[in-house]
Structure formats: C-alpha cells, structure tokens
Design a protein around this ligand. Structure first.
Ligand SMILES: [Zn+2]
Length: 532
C-alpha cells in the first residue's frame, strides 16, 4: 500500500527562539538550519524578517539549502493596504521559498486584540495570503488560537481557515497557541475541519502546556492533518512546542505510523537525530536533557544485573527501539562495551578505520572517558575528538610548540578621556627549529591571544590565513571556587567549512588557548600541511 506523505515543519529558529534566555546569532541559525536540512525536514522557519536585524540579515541572502526556507510574519495590518504596510513589505522582500503568516481565528481575539470587525479580519487574511501567492512564494497560514476559537465560535474559526485555503494557501495550520487542548479534543476538531479543507492542506502546531504536545500532534495526524509543526528538543516558550525530536522517530519506528505515512527523513538521516539534538543544546549553551526520549543519554542506559544481562542476550528485553536507529548508543553501566562501540562508530564517522579488537581503541576510550569526566564534550567538538583519536592511533605531526604565552588586560582612560579596556598577548613558539615571539592585540584576552598565535607560524602561515573564529562559548561546569571552565570554539575556513574544538581548564584563558590550538592543528592536518 502506498504511504501518504507527511510534511515536517520546524520552527526552532522562530517559535523556539521565543524561549526565555534563547537568543540565536546569525551563525547559530545557519548551523541549526543545516542540521535540520540534513535531517530531511521539509520546511525550516528561520525567523521573522523585518522584526530584528538578525532575521532580516538571515533572509537577506540566498541560503542554498535543500529544505524550504520559510519566513514568518503577520497578516497585513488592519486599516492599511498591503503596499502601505512596511512589515508586510519586509516579509515579501525576504529571500524565502515560503512565507508563513499568522492570523487571528478566535472571534474574542479579533474583537479584543485587533479591535476590528470579524469581516475585516477575514478580508485581511484573504488579501494577505493572496499577496504571498502573487509574489510566487508558497503561502501558509498559522491559525492562531484555532482550537480555542473553534470551541467559542466554530463557524468563524472555520471561515478564517477556509478564507486562507480559498485564497491559495498551501497549508492551513491549526494552532493550539495556549497549549491547553487535550488529544481527544484535537482529534475531534481536526476530524471536523477535514470535511471542509482537505487534510493534505492542513497542518498542526501545538504547544506543550499539558505535556501532550507530541500526543496532540499525532492525534491531528490520525484525524487527517498532513503537516506537523514543531521544534528540536521541544524548544519553545513556557512549556515548549511539540517536540520533533520525539515525533520524528515515533512516526518512523512505530508500525501504526510507519506503515501509513512517509516523510523525507530516511533511516540514515534518522541516525543523525541525536547529534542534531545535542548540537542545539550546545548552541544554546545548556546541558542536554539526559532523560529525553530517544536522544537522551539515559534513553538506552541499563543499570543493574538482571536488566544488563537480559539486554546483552537480546536488547529488545528492555528497549522499545534500537538506539542506533536514532544515532544514540546503549549504555551498560557495568561494562564499557557501549563506549567501545560508540568510539568505533565515531571513528568510522570521521573516516578512520581500525580493527574492532585493536587495543588502541580501548586506550582511546579510557582517555575520552577521563577527559569527559573533567568536562570535555566531544559530542559538540568533533575536530578535537578527531585530533585526539589521530594522535593516539596514528601520527599527528608536531607542527609547532608553544613554549609560553602571557596575556595582559589593561583598563584605563585613553587620550580623550574615555574608559577603554585593551588586551595584549605575547606568544613564544618554536616553529621549524626557530623560536618566534609574536605580540597581538585584541578586544579581549582570547582575541589578543589568537592574533598573537597566528601572527607568525612560519611555513604554516599560508594554511591558516583563511581560518576565522566565528563563535566562542563558555560554560562554567561546577559551582564554587573550584569551578572548571569549558570553552567551545567554532572556526571556519575560506570555503565555508566549519569545525568545533574544545578546551577545559580552571582558567578561562587557558581553556580558550587549548581550543585555539586544536583548531589550528585540525586545519593543518585537514589541509595536508607537511610535517616539519
Ligand atoms: Zn507557536
């Protein structure tokens, strides 16, 4: 039997960005959009052009992604024509494949929040959708508060949805904006809506305020909706949005759904899910939820004699799906088998092949465990892991040695009386038998250190000229006076390739320096710089 297509729509970068404490930079957004694209998500809603400089910049360039890049915005302002609405014009100017508009469908909101008549609101939806369609872009309408609206005035809520569909919206998305609707209500209401609008034009967008975000999304699919909107790791304001990190594997690994529906997420792509989830946490600078279904560190962890021995006989005894299907690993807390296969999988991923029983794999595993115990995070710093692995398994040349460095930070009044903070770093290195001393200045100690280190690397200079630091994240790992600092650095080369390195130390400058060194060494190895 042919399976029906389900469309996946991610709004991590827009609705997810509403979360308290979340503020994505342009680089963050690009990195996460790439992860989502790699997963096979149909639509990536990346922001609200015109609302803030980051989003305007994001949509100011052609991003060349396989996914349908979607810009978000509001239906036209009441009492204005579209040509006279600067917000709407900014939306139309965005370099996006699709535009998702949010419109009001609850009569109470039209009355109280907009203060216009119900007919004016309907006309606004129609005109706005038509304008998007006329611009050659795919149009979507997020029907805000649809379920509350439907309960209050079903005829009007439906009229709004219908107006968008009739005006040419590819998807009419029913939103549970307040997140309080229960699965049985969702299923019943969507079941009524599909008798007016075809299900393959209906989407579901729910919030998780009763912890039913996933259940509500699946209920809508059962009732006929064919697009699911959600976010990675369930990121979103209040209690979060529907969690795509749980919904996607459920759709693919549970036979009731897998036999009936298909998405663009292939089994190979599904195996990158855990990685994508952890990358988001790293970008957000927060610890991953260990107990997250499918992707959490504990999702396939087994402790205690009976469980472990049963799992070793047949994992199905205590696992509902195989961990590798979502790119996670089994953890048996009494042996290191899980860790060993994890390391072998990671080596394979970066293109290093070693025999399964090579004793160096065990030693590498021990070192990784020791490092992770003191704060390193290789999941997010693959370049540092690769360097470590190559050092232990092969021969990474010692391109240069840093004998010492010194950093000075000075805060003073400058000639015109302004308070300024200046950093200066001195690095003493041995390159090709010569001792070089370089001095660099910067807007902070790490920047100064980076400038000094890269000033003169002799024969290796040409390899690092196009190396650029694009992001720098600091996390304090333990509280109190013995706190340890982890620094994660993202680097990029002239061809746009990126890599991440990590450093850990009680001293923030020292941790940064370690990550900087890894970044340079990684680039030299990858670009085939000759050994001294
Ligand atoms: Zn929302």
């Amino acid at each position: 039997m042919a399976r029906e297509a389900l469309s996946l729509y991610d709004t991590t970068l827009r609705d997810g960005a509403q979360t308290q404490g979340v503020d994505f930079s342009l680089e963050d957004k690009l990195l996460i959009a790439e992860q989502l694209d790699g997963l096979g998500i149909d639509y990536v809603e990346a922001g609200y052009p015109g609302a803030n400089p980051t989003d305007t910049k994001f949509f100011g360039e052609d991003r060349k992604l396989g996914t349908r890049l979607t810009a978000f915005g509001m239906t036209k302002r009441p009492g204005r024509s579209i040509s006279n609405d600067p917000g709407f014009q900014a939306l139309l100017a965005a370099k996006a494949d699709a535009i998702c508009l949010v419109g009001k469908t609850w009569d109470f909101h039209v009355d109280v929040a907009l203060g216009i008549t119900l007919d004016e609101n309907l006309a606004g939806i129609k005109e706005s959708v038509e304008a998007v369609v006329a611009s050659g872009r795919e149009a979507l309408l997020d029907c805000e508060h649809f379920f509350d609206g439907y309960k209050a005035n079903p005829k009007y809520a439906l009229a709004c949805a219908k107006a968008a569909y009739d005006a040419g919206a590819r998807w009419v998305v029913l939103c549970d904006t307040n997140g309080g609707t229960l699965p049985e209500e969702i299923e019943a209401i969507v079941g009524e809506v599909v008798t007016h609008i075809p299900g393959d034009h209906l989407g579901i967008h729910v919030h998780n305020d009763t912890d039913n975000g996933v259940a509500n999304s699946l209920a809508a699919v059962r009732a006929g909706a064919r697009q699911i909107q959600g976010t990675l790791n369930g990121l979103g304001e209040r209690c979060g949005n529907a969690n795509l990190t749980s919904i996607i594997p459920t759709l693919m690994l549970k036979s009731d759904y897998a036999e009936r529906y298909e998405t663009k997420v292939t089994p190979e792509k599904l195996a990158t899910l855990t990685h994508a989830s952890r990358v988001l946490d790293e970008v957000l600078n927060r610890a991953p939820n260990r107990h997250a279904p499918y992707v959490g560190e504990s999702a396939f962890a087994h402790k205690g004699g009976i469980h472990v021995s049963a799992v070793q006989k047949d994992p199905r005894t205590y696992e509902h799906v195989p961990p590798e299907s979502v790119g996670n690993v089994r953890k048996l807390l009494v042996s290191d088998q899980g860790g060993r296969s994890n390391i072998l999988a990671q080596l394979d991923h970066i293109g290093i092949s070693v025999p399964k029983d090579d004793p160096r794999v065990g030693r590498l595993l021990d070192v990784v465990k020791e490092h992770e115990a003191v704060g390193y995070a290789y999941e997010a710093a693959e370049a540092s892991f690769e360097l470590l692995a190559r050092r232990m398994l092969g021969n990474v040349p010692q391109f240069f040695d840093v004998e010492s460095f010194r950093v000075m930070v000075e805060r003073r009044h400058n000639a015109v009386g302004d308070l300024v903070t200046i950093s200066e770093a001195t690095v003493k290195a041995r390159v090709n038998g010569d001792t070089v001393m370089s001095v660099g200045e910067g807007n902070g100690p790490v920047n100064a250190l980076d400038n000094a280190l890269r000033k003169d690397l002799g024969p290796y200079q040409s390899y690092i000229d196009d190396l650029e630091l694009v992001d720098y994240k600091v996390r304090i790992l333990t509280g109190g006076t013995d706190a340890v600092t982890r620094v994660l650095i993202e680097s990029r080369d002239g061809e746009g390739r990126r890599w991440f390195t990590v450093g850990v130390s009680p001293n923030i400058v020292d941790a940064s320096f370690e990550a900087l060194l890894d970044s340079i060494n990684y680039k030299l190895i990858r670009d085939g710089a000759p050994a001294p």
